[in-house]
Each structure stands twice: as structure tokens, then as C-alpha cells.
Ligand binder design. Structure first.
Ligand code: GTP
Ligand code: MG
Length: 318
């Protein structure tokens, strides 16, 4: 998304900054980790704007998302990825494949570990795979605001014996503790070269997708227990108004009629609450007035439906 809101996204520019190619650096840095480790929260902090949705539930992020930041002469293209876990459903496999390919295509990888949680099975699997491939990563022990100080060094030590991590940072994506040091380190390690995106671009995610994510965040937050993972949101219409506001129509897809009733709630109360919160959040994210209209439709088996991956940006053969 451009820093100034102009509707659709501009494409990456191959030549931007070419004149100062000698002096500039640019590279992709993937943020990987177990579900809920805090990757999206950190991405938002690094970019200085909310781009990625965040919830206390695991498996919030479903697709790769770029957040672009400038640090002195370096343009750092952060890649937020879905949490990596043992996949079962087709959608899960697509999410995990998206996360690994995000890491494998990047110039550097940051493994986030929830320091309060320690090494769970998902983190263990990720570390094993990094070690297997001989892939070096930066280690960020996250959520240090929740963890005991004396446990942090032991955790870093245990992880460093399993795979090569260099260096190790102790951070909090919530308070920003330690994040400046991490940023400076990453800026110095991305390779020399011209910037790949215009200076004012913040993300590769089109605004209509950001808008759909804001609504999905509310569905997740308000209905997760009743509707675990069984929904998707798509923006169907986007109309820029002459007064600077935007009119957005979205569809929340669910898998069964009973779920549709849950999303609507009694007398439409639930969908109203979802719409109100999503609209407020969107006005903040897009920095303009928003008129949001939500519809709920039943579409069976969307989680097994290949066509849906394109809509989600998950174009993987799984
Ligand atoms: N206390 C504390 N909470 C954090 C920190 N970073 C993230 N959180 C919380 O942890 C939860 C998960 O954060 P996300 O950023 O969505 O985690 P994620 O790794 O992107 O999760 P997935 O996309 O599901 O893989 C949210 O409730 C965040 O507010 C932190 O540094 N400290
Ligand atoms: Mg996430």
C-alpha cells in the first residue's frame, strides 16, 4: 500500500534508486515462527503502520504479506508469513508452504520464538528444518515483557545448540523493546543494491485485500469459538467517493447455514458489531472515511476449494 492512499497498489519499480545503487541496500527479510509467536505484531511495528491483522488466536495470518520499511539507506522488505505447524487440511498445507517459501526466497530469516511459551513442538520442527537445510537465521526471542529474564539466556542457548542462529535479539513486538537494534542489524545485512519499491510504498497488499483482512480480524475476534477457521472474507465492490470517502461491499463466506445464523446473530446484532469495529479499524488503516456493507453467504467446502487460494493469494500446488 502506498504511504499516501491512492486506491490501488503501484507495482514494484525495478529501477527506483538506480542512480544511487552504489549507496543503497535492499533485501527481503522473512519473519517466521510458530502460530501466535507475534510475527504480524512485529511487522506492524517495523513498518510503523498496521498492515497485518493480529489476534490472540493462532493461525491468524493466512498468506504472505510484504511490509516495506526504510532504515537509513536500506529498504527492508519484511515478509510476514503464516505460522508454521503440522498441517492437516489443504488450506493448512498451503499456508505452511507459503511460510516456508517466504523464508527460502528471502535474503535473511528471522525466527520468532514466544519466549513466554518456550520451545513448543511447532518451534522444534522449524528449528529442525532450518538445521537440516543448514539455513542460518537471526533469532528473536519475542514477548520478553511476559517472560522471566533469567530464562531468556537459557532459551537462547538451547536453541543455538540445535541450529545456527546469529545474532540473537530479545524483543517485545508489543512494547518495541529491542526492536531498534534488530532493525539496525537487518538494515546492515541486506545486500547492496537499488530499492525495489517506490519510497512511499508500504506494502504489496492491495487496499481491497487489507479491507477484507480488517473484517476477518473482527470475525476471528468476535466469533472464533463458534466459527473456528470456517470463514473467509472477500471485498466485492470498492467505490471511491468524490468526498474522499470509500464505499466498500464485502462478503463473509461461511461453510454452513447454521454458521450464517451465528455470524448474523440475533436480530443481526453480531454482524452489526463486526461491521462497526471493522469500519473503525479500517478508517485507521486506510486513513479515510469508510462506508462498509457486509453480506454473509454460504459456500460449502471453501477450505478445500482450489479456486479460493487464488483469492487468498495462496497460489500453491499442494
Ligand atoms: N505480551 C506480548 N504479546 C504479544 C507480543 N507480540 C505479539 N503479542 C500478542 O500475541 C498474539 C499473537 O500475535 P500475532 O502478531 O497475531 O502473532 P502471529 O505470529 O502473527 O500469529 P499467526 O499469524 O497466527 O501465526 C496477539 O494477541 C498479540 O497481541 C509481545 O511482544 N508481547
Ligand atoms: Mg500473523
Amino acid at each position: 500500500m502506498p504511504r499516501s492512499s491512492t486506491g490501488q497498489n503501484s507495482k514494484p519499480l525495478e529501477k527506483v534508486g538506480e542512480a544511487r545503487a552504489e549507496a543503497t541496500r535492499c533485501g527481503h527479510v522473512a519473519l517466521i515462527g510458530a502460530p501466535n509467536a507475534g510475527k504480524s505484531t512485529l511487522l506492524n511495528w517495523l513498518v510503523g503502520r498496521k498492515l497485518a491483522i493480529v489476534t490472540p488466536k493462532p493461525q491468524t495470518t493466512r498468506t504472505r504479506l510484504l511490509g516495506i520499511a526504510i532504515e537509513d539507506s536500506a529498504q527492508i522488505i519484511y515478509v510476514d508469513t503464516p505460522g508454521i505447524f503440522a498441517p492437516r487440511r489443504r488450506l493448512d498445507r498451503a499456508m505452511v508452504a507459503a511460510a516456508w517459501s517466504g523464508a527460502e526466497d528471502a535474503d535473511a530469516t528471522v525466527l520468532l520464538v514466544d519466549a513466554a511459551r518456550g520451545i513448543d513442538r511447532d518451534t522444534q520442527r522449524i528449528v529442525d528444518r532450518l538445521a537440516e537445510r543448514g539455513r542460518e537465521a537471526v533469532l528473536a526471542l519475542n514477548k520478553i515483557d511476559l517472560a522471566r529474564r533469567d530464562g531468556l539466556l537459557a532459551l537462547a542457548d538451547t536453541l543455538s545448540r540445535k541450529s545456527k542462529f546469529d545474532p540473537v535479539f530479545m524483543i517485545s513486538g508489543r512494547t518495541g523493546d529491542g526492536v531498534e537494534d534488530l532493525k539496525r542489524h537487518l538494515a546492515s545485512t541486506v545486500p547492496p543494491g537499488p530499492w525495489l519499491f517506490p519510497e512511499d510504498q508500504l506494502s504489496d497488499m492491495p487496499e481491497r485485500v487489507i479491507a477484507a483482512e480488517a473484517t476477518r480480524e473482527q470475525v476471528f475476534l468476535q466469533l472464533h469459538d463458534e466459527l473456528p477457521y470456517g470463514s473467509a472474507v472477500e471485498t466485492e465492490r470498492w467505490e471511491d467517493r468524490s468526498d474522499g470517502s470509500v464505499r466498500i461491499e464485502q462478503v463473509i463466506f461461511v461453510q454452513r447455514a447454521s454458521q450464517r445464523a451465528i455470524v448474523l446473530g440475533e436480530g443481526g446484532q453480531r454482524i452489526k458489531a463486526i461491521g462497526a469495529r471493522a469500519r473503525a479499524e479500517l478508517e485507521r488503516m486506510l486513513d479515510r472515511r469508510v462506508h462498509l456493507f457486509l453480506f454473509v453467504k454460504v459456500r460449502e467446502n471453501w477450505a478445500e476449494d482450489r479456486e479460493r487460494y487464488a483469492a487468498l493469494g495462496l497460489d500453491y500446488d499442494v
